[in-house]
Design a protein around this ligand. Structure first.
Ligand code: NDP
Length: 493
């Protein structure tokens, strides 16, 4: 049953930016149309650009009208949208913000509850939170709540992530901080939990006795687009692995929590991250491959190399692709490799988790050796199609004993007849009801950095430790990624 959120205001810092326009306000509008927002609410955009309420509303109007299901919904929603401009470094902004919030809270009946969303470059997070703190806006006195959503990246490495956390904790308790990883808001990612723990058939075989290996793939067709400034500093390891990839690995591999409470759930994820075998400083190449896209083509259109993209250094060593083999040292997973890969400018856009089971122990089908029978594979499809597929062997019709692999397919869209919620829709509502289950706790973020830090240090010492392999834009990624599996007698699916 959906819990109706408390009345509240949503203050978005960085409101003139891409995330606000493409994801946040559209997500809030969808929830408004579905009557899932609180009875009373307002949205206050805040950024340096000198806009007023009207111009800010106009910047969304066309898109919202195109998404309107009921006539007049867009205009009704926009009536609750406001704007305040100012410099994030200027304490006067927070004083004006405080006054504006008092006015809007009375006008819109939101009881002083406020969700602050940091949709700015990460370098501004601590400035904004201390501005809010000094103005008394992080206080939860008189029954009102104040929560802060922090966008990824949570720091640039372990030290900066700790520094960010201690700066946030100066003004906020951990219960007030919502570190968002939008992958956790996707239906299929949440469904991993239901699939594993609400069905009796999977858990008994979800271990080293029955599972041969797991593959997690997030492939993008897009290149760096207009985010070169950020991406040059980050690269695929920081951009995808510190958060989405390790989060998905945790969900697939964690132990069942006793209850579906936020902290019990996050305790188990943290335990799993602690069990990841540290990457050795030497011989990293056997465990990890880093690539960068070279010029290529897609649908007969030429695609530039990463180094030719606007804002990218012509000799950039930034990786746009990483594949790695991860071992989890606990009883359940000893000896089962988890292969993770993610990259930009690949042939197709796909996010999925494929769990390959062991082959049958003995083949009674004449000359067919057990290892030549296709193993069962359970694929959790996250993007673009959301669903689950299970491949299995079946007898082909006919007089002879021939078999073929077939796939049982479940599609979210076909099964439930409605579109899945966008990840931001779900996560924004969770913030409003105060449910942190799908948000990253400070120890989880730190542990993810701890896992990756040796790799980052190794690359910083010398790029020769794990040299960049170039791959064709629009292709399948570096050949080294294939070798990572063929060395183990396996292949990517
Ligand atoms: P933008 O680069 O579009 O920046 C958002 C706003 O912040 C800008 O409109 C600008 O507003 C302000 N800003 C930008 N640079 C500076 C600066 N140097 N000093 C002060 N203000 C600045 O970012 P996005 O909207 O793309 O992303 C926001 C956050 O969300 C980032 O941390 C990003 O990593 C994260 N994120 C974004 C995703 C996306 O799809 N866009 C996906 C996942 C995470 P103004 O000048 O008006 O103040």
């Amino acid at each position: 049953m959906e819990v109706k959120p408390d009345p509240c205001g949503v203050v978005i810092f960085g409101a003139s930016g891409d995330l606000t326009h493409r994801k946040l306000v559209p997500a809030l509008f969808e929830q408004f149309q579905r009557r899932l927002l609180p009875e009373t609410f307002f949205i206050l955009g805040c950024a340096r650009s000198e806009l007023d309420d009207q111009v800010f509303r106009d910047s969304f109007r066309q898109y919202l009208l195109s998404r309107e299901v009921t006539a007049g919904a867009a205009e009704e929603f926009l009536k609750h949208v406001y704007y305040l401009s100012g410099s994030y470094e200027d304490n006067a902004l927070y004083k004006r913000l405080s006054e504006r919030l008092t006015e809007l809270s009375e006008q819109e009946w939101t009881a002083g509850n406020c969700l602050y969303y940091l949709a700015t470059p990460p370098s501004l997070y601590t400035t904004i939170v201390s501005g809010l703190g000094l103005a008394g806006l992080t206080s939860q006195e008189s029954g009102r709540w104040a929560r802060v959503v922090v966008e990824k990246p949570f720091g640039h490495d372990l030290a900066s992530s700790r520094k960010l956390d201690s700066a946030l904790h100066q003004w906020l308790s951990e219960e007030q901080i919502y570190r968002i990883d939008h992958y956790l808001g996707k239906e299929t990612v949440q469904n991993i939990f239901i699939l594993r723990f609400a069905n009796a058939i999977f858990e008994p075989i979800w271990n080293r006795r029955y599972i041969d290996h797991v593959q997690i793939t997030v492939a993008e067709t897009l290149g760096v687009e207009n985010r070169a400034g950020y991406y040059e500093q980050a690269g695929a390891l920081r951009d995808m692995f510190q958060n989405h990839m390790l989060e998905m690995l945790s969900l697939v591999a964690m132990e069942p929590p006793a209850t579906f409470e936020a902290d019990r759930h996050r305790d188990e994820k943290v335990k799993l991250l602690r069990s990841i075998r540290p990457f050795s400083d030497n011989g990293l190449g056997d465990w990890l491959v880093r690539g960068q896209y070279a010029a290529g083509a897609a649908q007969e259109q030429p695609l530039p190399a990463y180094r030719q993209e606007k804002g990218v250094n012509a000799e950039s060593q930034t990786e746009t692709y990483v594949a790695m083999k991860v071992m989890v040292d606990n009883w359940r997973w000893q000896g089962v490799p988890f292969y993770l890969r993610s990259g930009k400018r690949l042939a197709k856009q796909v996010s999925e988790i494929a769990i390959t089971f062991k082959s049958v122990p003995h083949s009674m089908f004449g000359k067919i050796a057990p290892e030549r029978l296709q193993p069962n594979v359970l694929t959790l499809k996250i993007q673009p199609e959301e669903g689950i597929a299970l491949t299995m062997e079946a007898k082909r019709p006919g007089p002879r004993m021939c078999m073929s692999s077939l796939t049982l397919n479940f599609s979210y869209r076909d099964a439930f007849g409605e579109r899945s919620s966008n990840a931001y829709e779900r996560l924004l509502l969770d913030c409003m009801v105060g449910d942190q289950t799908l948000f990253v706790r400070h120890d989880g973020a730190e542990l993810a950095w701890t896992v990756l830090e040796p790799v980052i240090n190794n690359w910083q010492t010398s790029v020769d430790n794990c040299p960049l392999e170039f791959y064709e834009a629009g292709g399948d990624g570096p050949q080294g990624a294939d070798r990572l599996l063929t060395n183990d007698g396996r292949r990517w699916r």
